[in-house]
Structure formats: C-alpha cells, structure tokens
Design a protein around this ligand. Structure first.
Ligand SMILES: [Zn+2]
Ligand SMILES: [Zn+2]
Length: 760
C-alpha cells in the first residue's frame, strides 16, 4: 500500500502583500492543491499555516512567489516545517493587525483581463459597466481618505453595496473578496454628461460622448486621478483648437490608443516598451514616432516622439473599443496649473476649454497625474512618477529616521521616510502658485496620516525663495536642514541604486541654488550621503535678466557668443545675429556690466539653450527645457566628429570652458553645415567633456563610480553616449530608474542626506 505523507508548513511573507488580493489568491491556491490550514494578515505581512500531502504542499509553496498577484512585492519568504495537526479545511482568519499599524498602500491599478472580459460579455451583470473592478484592479490611492484601507474610508463610502456585490465581497473564494471599490450598475457610481453650461445631456453618456468626439468636440473626462481633456487625435482642427484654448503653445499632448497594435501604427515599439505600456501601472511611454503616423501633427509639434498610453480604466476601454482608435488625453488644466480633479473646480477651470463634461459621482480624493516614462537600457526610466507608481515606496538599503523632505520648485514632489522606506509623493507640479502649494500641503498631511509618520526633522532646498523652503521654515519644533540641490540629485541616484560611500556625481540641469550665491547646474561633485565637494563645473557666465534669460534662450546665445568672440561678436555673419535686436542686447550688456538683475550661472541647461538659439532652432521657450529638447529632436545620430573644449585642470574646482565649442558651432554654421549635424557634434562633445572630467576626478580621487542625475539626463541620446563613454573608460555608472532624474527626484536625496547629517 502506498503511504501518504502529510506535511505541514508555516509560511511568513513580508513585503507588499496586503490589500492587493493576496489572501484570496492563497485561499484559491490552497483549494487547487487541497491544502488545509489558514491564512491571515498580521503586522508583519501574511502568515500561512498549511498542510497537505507531500507533493501538493511543495507545489503550493513554490507557486506562491511564482504566481503572486501582480502588485505583490515579496521581500522575504520564510518556510518552516512542523508536525501536521490534521486540519480538514482552509480558511481566511481574521487579521491580527493591531490598530494603528503601518501597512503599505497600493497605487491605482489598470483594469485586469478578467474584469475586461466581463465588461465585454453581454450576459454579465457588469456588461459595459464603467466602474468594474476586483481585488487585482481598480482605484486605490486616489480614493483612499484614511487608513486602514476599508471601504468606509474611501470615496466609495456613500455607495451601499447591493446583495450581489456584498456576497462577492464577503466570499473568500470570490475574486472580489474584500475588493473595497466593488460596485455594479445597481449600487455603484454612474456617469453624467453635461454641456459647458452645466445642463445634463440626455442619452447614454458613453454613446453620446463618442458622437460628440466624432463631431470634433473637446470633452473633459473625469478619470482616476483627475480630468483629462479628450479629443480625436487624428483631427488636426480640434487638436489645434485644444492647443490654443489650453494656452499650451508647444507642449506635447499624450495620446491614448485602443491597444498595442494601434500604438505600433504610430510609433516604433520594442519589447521593453511594450511591456511598460501594458504594465499594470499603465504610464505614458515616450516612443519614436513613425513618419507616416495618422496622428495630427499638432499633438506634438517639433517632436519626433509621441507620448502614448493604453486604457487603464473600464471607462477608457468603453470609449476606445469601437469608435476611436486614438484619443488625445491630456491633463485637464490650463497651461501650467495642476490637473483639475473635483467636479466643481473642473467645471470652472475647464469651461473655456471643454465643450462637454463627462463626470462620474465617485469622488477623487487625491489628485494624481499620469506618469511619464521611457525605456533606457531595457529598463523603465521615469520622467514623472505619479499614478500607478505612487504611493509605493522606494526601498532603501538602510533604516532611516522619520523625515520630511520638501523637494524643490519645478516638478515638485515631497518625500516622507520611515523604516527602510522612502515614500516619494505623486507629482505635485510647479510650486509657483497657491493651487499647487495647497496640493503640496494637503499631500504631506495625507501621507503623514496614511503611513504614521510624524517627522523628526525636515529637509529642504537651500533656495530661500522656494515655496517648499518657506513651508519647511514654517514647521516648528523639529530640526531643519538645508540640502544643496545637486547634492540631493546625486544622493537620490545613490539611494535608489542602493549604493553607499563616495562617488563622482555628475548633476546637470537648468537651475539649482549654489552656496556661493550663483546658479549651479553643470556640476561635478565628489559626494557621499553626508557631504559633497565641488570638483568641477561649467565656467560661470552671466544670465542677463535672471529668469528672463531662461525664457529667452537668445540671451544666452549672445552671452556665449560674447564669451567666445568678444568684440567680434557683432560682426558675425550667421542667421542668429540677424534676429538679435541690438538695441535690446546693448541694454542687457549694460545690465551685465552694472550687475543689475544678472545672476551668474554654471548651468548646463543654459549652454544647451544658447546652442539651440544660435542654430536658429528656438529663441524663446514656452515650457521648461523646450530649447534643449528641440535641439535633441533634430540631431543627426550618425555624426562622429566632436568640437574641442578646455578643462582647466589646475583650477580648484576645475573650470570647463565651452568657448571653443561655440567657436566650432559658428564655424560650421558659416560653412553651411546642417544644424542636425551640428547638434549631433555638440551632443558628442558634451558627452566627451563629461567623460574626460570624470577621468580627471578619478585621477585625483581614485573614485570609479559615477552617478548621473539632473534634468539634462532626460536627453536619452546624451545619457546613452555618456554611459557608453564612461563604461569604455572603466567606470561603473548609475542613473535613475525608480524616481526621475529631474527635480521630481530630489526630495528622495534630501531625505537621505538629512538623515545622515542629523542622525548619523
Ligand atoms: Zn479586475
Ligand atoms: Zn452592486
């Protein structure tokens, strides 16, 4: 007779394993393998006691990490074998979680395949129901008002579950067991279509919306984290109308495509990009645009890329399934304001833009923009980290004190830390007005409550005028610590890569407050988590008019030409000079001489601006970084030549003088070289300059690890060249994959440096 061996195991799992359908998953897996025992949530994670016949128990144990729900992040998985006790059933036991225990909270998750198939099957009670969801998908972070994560503490509270929904919710075997936003057409949220006057439009809201979009209307559509402005992406007239009504002169709009095949109609998509587009996070992915794409040109003027995303709510699927293969889905805001997310404010703020409003009556608690990403070296490279990613923390390689870091000014985020977690906030926006400041303050309050973090210190930028710095100053009773902008960039890159000790940091961006009173931005530092030394930087130049010089790159063009050519500048025979208003320039020259409103800067962003303008690409910008982005867009990737430059090796810090680069550019222009080739040569030169500066620092400091950070590294071509050049020279290189290289990432670095300075 065959002897049946029964085995019993105690399994402890930590990580992100709660509130994401883990227990029903375990329950169903137990059923599959006839495993008896129980599962429960406790303050450490998930605790399982399981017994079954030998082979089945082993399969159960191996399948847990292998088949875990998509949102699970298993950090530890411990199995201990015990004497069997002869259980006969498997149950989900009541949680051991004590009150006020800290657990991780899930981001919003794209509609899962099972829900999608129900959505499209006429027999299903949720056929074409725009709010279908389950334990594996649906709204989370944006509807959570408080913890513990429970329906009563979400914006689903006003909807009382019907019998069917309640039954699913209470049945451990059901895939909607404890799905807090569970809803159906009988008991859940519903849609409402209104015209711009606020009068309801009769008929089926989805069908009518589609008809309106087909006719060329702009419809404000309430989504997960805010309103989108939607219109037909192939209709040039309506896209141009949207552009002018939004005052978004050149900034690209995101496009939502029906499916991956449609994305491939318009863009080149490789395997990694496809994986990112179809991931549960469903970010916008920046892709190379195909020349013959049918998307209206004014969706992304002056760009050879398109920001594409796939539907992530049931409503998106319903809108895109039949009628439309591609819709513009851009943030519901005017110009640089934050995205509208409450019905009343959307009505007020968007009524001059949208012809119609498609509302739903599930409130959005936290405003959360779409995330923006691209792929670099086969991994996600995040430009804006928000919906789908937040509030998952960045895991640090060491425990950290509870700290609030207030971030910078543009693309602002904040960061709160505890244990080994850094909770980097959703994208707040440019902290320049009351609206964003309120969003910032409310966000901090919300995160403090959600994760039980009462900060013991506050870290902030050194810039005294940033609203984030002033907010930090207003907090009483805890120590405050100012962190240099570029040091924060590099520390952020170190923290997310789990590296410690001393590194060479290359932080290149537009603007960051320097302790010497100048504007930094072309910085090579020796850094650890506590301190930094400025080893080299781009030579300082005047910035006549301060922020005006950022908006008008031609000013920097003249500044750099003057640096390179002195008195001869005025007689240069290039197109750029024909456009310069010499009267205005003479006024600016006097401002520089008299030191009126003229900060000095070592910013790499300003050098890119200058070259962009000298090449007649852009003299004035309408959004941050535009001149540099357009300089990248036209570049000829095939160019191999470089310009020369000078590193002043005997200065401390070393000065990097780009005058020869400028002379080279002008020489090429005079010889009729195509601006695309010049841009290619310029990019190669900057990459070479970075590598050589790092080599120089290595010679002195014996450091071999280089961290690349700052907004300039959103330029993927430059990033690739630099990474390749550094590796060929034997360096280990690190850059960002979890938080943005731009200022959206500095709050993480601030928190870590603050911790080291104050508590280590
Ligand atoms: Zn689902
Ligand atoms: Zn229901």
């Amino acid at each position: 007779m065959l002897k049946i061996v029964v085995k019993r195991a105690e399994i402890r799992i930590t990580g992100i394993v709660q509130g994401i359908g883990f227990r029903p998953f375990i329950y169903n897996l137990a059923k599959t393998y006839s495993v008896c025992g129980w599962v429960l949530n406790n303050e450490n994670g998930v605790f399982i006691d399981a017994e079954s016949e030998d082979g089945n128990l082993d399969r159960f144990v191996t399948d847990i990490p292998a088949l875990a729900p998509p949102l699970a992040r298993i950090e530890s998985f411990d199995v201990r074998y015990l004497e069997p006790v002869g259980r006969a059933t498997f149950e989900i036991r009541k949680s051991e979680e004590a009150e006020n225990k800290f657990v991780l909270i899930s981001p919003d998750v794209a509609t899962c395949d099972q829900c999608l198939s129900e959505l499209s099957s006429p027999q299903d009670v949720r056929y074409r129901y725009p709010f279908i969801n389950c334990t594996l998908c649906g709204p989370r972070f944006t509807i959570i008002k408080d913890i513990p994560y429970d329906r009563q503490k979400t914006t689903m509270a006003p909807f009382v579950m019907c019998r069917l929904c309640r039954k699913e919710y209470e049945d451990p075997a059901d895939r909607r067991f404890h799905a807090q936003p569970n809803a159906c057409p009988v008991c859940g949220p519903s849609l409402l279509l209104e015209d711009e006057e606020g009068s309801p439009v009769s008929g089926d809201p989805i069908e009518t919306t589609l008809t309106l979009l087909r006719k060329g209307s702009i419809v404000a559509i309430k989504g997960l984290g805010g309103f989108h402005l939607a219109c037909d992406a192939r209709n040039q007239d309506v896209v141009s109308a949207l552009r002018s009504r939004k005052f978004r002169e050149d900034k690209p709009f995101a496009v939502m495509c029906r499916d991956i095949e449609e994305v491939k109609e318009h863009c080149e998509v490789d395997g990694e990009e496809e994986r990112l587009l179809t991931s549960v996070e469903r970010p916008i992915v920046i892709l190379r645009r195909k020349r013959d794409s049918g998307i209206a040109p004014s969706v992304a003027p002056y760009q050879n890329t398109l920001g594409m995303m796939l539907p992530y709510t049931p409503l998106h699927h319903l809108l895109l399934n039949d009628s439309f293969r591609a819709l513009v889905m851009t943030s519901g805001n005017v110009s640089d304001e934050p995205i509208a997310y409450r019905d009343g404010e959307a009505r007020n703020r968007l009524k001059k833009i949208a012809d119609y409003f498609l509302y739903h009556n599930r409130e959005i608690h936290t405003r959360c923009d779409d995330s923006v990403t691209r792929i670099f070296e086969g991994r996600p490279y995040i430009l804006r980290r928000s919906r789908g990613y937040v509030p998952f923390p960045v895991k640090l390689s060491f425990p950290i004190e509870k700290i609030l870091a207030c971030g910078g000014e543009l693309k602002s985020t904040f960061c709160l830390t505890r244990d080994a977690y850094a909770f980097v906030s959703h994208h707040i926006g440019d902290l320049e007005n009351l609206e964003t400041l309120t969003s910032f303050e409310e966000g901090i309050k919300h995160f403090k409550r959600l994760f039980f973090i009462e900060p013991r210190a506050v870290a902030h930028d050194l810039h005294p005028d940033y609203l984030s710095t002033q907010y930090a100053f207003s907090i009483e009773g805890i120590p405050k610590v100012g962190i240099q902008h570029h040091h924060a960039h590099i520390a952020s890159g170190m923290a997310e890569n789990g590296i410690e000790g001393e590194v060479i940091g290359v932080a290149l961006d537009g603007t960051g407050f320097g302790p010497d009173g100048t504007v930094w931005g072309g910085e090579f530092i020796k850094a650890n988590f506590k301190e930094f030394d400025r080893m080299a930087h781009l030579k300082k130049v005047p910035m006549p008019g301060g922020s005006k010089a950022i908006q008008e790159p031609w000013r920097m063009g003249m500044v750099y030409l003057t640096e390179a050519f002195g008195e001869e500048t005025d007689s240069l025979t290039i197109d750029f000079m024909k456009r310069v208003d010499m009267q205005e320039w003479n006024i600016l020259k006097r401002m520089i001489e008299k030191k009126i409103n003229t900060p000095w800067t070592s910013s790499m962003g300003r050098l890119f601006d200058a070259v962009s303008s000298i090449l007649s690409i852009r003299d004035e910008v309408h959004y941050e970084g535009q001149a540099a982005i357009e300089l990248e867009m036209i570049l000829d990737h095939g160019v191999r030549e470089e310009y020369s430059f000078q590193i002043r090796k005997n200065e401390r810090p070393m000065g990097i003088d780009p005058s020869e680069i400028i002379r080279g550019v002008v020489g090429d222009l005079r010889n009729g070289v195509n601006p695309s080739r010049i841009s290619g040569k310029f990019h190669r030169t900057i990459a070479r300059l970075i590598v050589e500066t790092c080599e120089e620092i290595r010679r002195e400091e014996q450091l071999n690890r280089v961290v690349l950070s700052g907004g300039v590294f959103q330029n993927i071509f430059l990033l690739s060249l630099v990474t390749k050049g550094l590796r060929e020279s034997g360096f280990e290189t690190y850059t960002h994959h979890l938080v943005p290289a731009n200022d959206g990432g500095i709050s993480l670095g601030q928190a870590v440096i603050g911790h080291m300075k104050l508590f280590q």
